[in-house]
Design a protein around this ligand. Structure first.
Ligand code: ZN
Length: 194
């Protein structure tokens, strides 16, 4: 059940580990503007929808800053936990939105349990279908799926394309989807670990 992953501390920690790996690769890259050395400049997010027992470290957004005083350009690596500026975790935004297709009752119940307003759910739905699909990432990535992903069914229709529904557990499939989406959450170069 994808719903259970929202409260699954183990799953969140796994995503954190993947974010750490990506941050490690980013640390070894150079400033995209001036080529300067990058210094750690992590910051605290205050995401909603965290599993119980989450610590300050779980909320940390890995980020780096150019060491050159004249530049100071910030570089923030991709993340599987944070979907851009969305206040709720990527897992929450994706799972709640994906339930739109399966069970509206389950979606409403999960949203209510997490304190997500119906208006926010509508906004997320619009984000998947209009803003995400019109961005440069999806414009390129969509071409790799054949047959094409049903835009109206996002993100459930995209989740369908990752892993084997008969053989792979939901956590594995959701992790693959979040990894796929990670480039829209940040970037550093060279060499993403994904
Ligand atoms: Zn720089």
């Amino acid at each position: 059940m994808y719903q259970s992953l929202v409260a699954d501390t183990r799953f969140h920690r796994l995503l954190l580990t993947l974010d750490q790996d990506c941050a490690g690769a980013c640390r070894n890259s150079r400033c995209p503007v001036c080529g300067g050395v990058l210094h750690a400049a992590h910051f605290a997010r205050k995401p909603r929808g965290m599993p119980s027992g989450a610590t300050e470290y779980d909320r940390r957004r890995f980020s780096f800053c150019c060491a050159e005083p004249e530049c100071r350009k910030r570089t923030t690596p991709p993340s599987l936990r944070f979907l851009g500026r969305k206040v709720y975790l990527a897992t929450v935004v994706t799972v709640v939105s994906a339930l739109q297709r399966g069970s509206l009752t389950a979606q409403r119940q999960l949203a209510a349990r997490l304190g997500i307003s119906p208006r926010t759910v509508v906004r997320w739905r619009r984000w998947w279908r209009e803003i995400f699909t019109s961005g440069p990432f999806w414009t390129q990535a969509a071409a790799a799926f054949m047959p094409p992903v049903d835009r109206a069914g996002l993100p459930a229709s995209l989740l369908d394309r990752f892993g084997d529904p008969d053989a792979d557990a939901p956590d594995h499939r959701l992790r693959l989807l979040l990894r796929f989406l990670a480039p829209i959450t940040g970037g550093c170069r060279p060499g993403h670990v994904f």
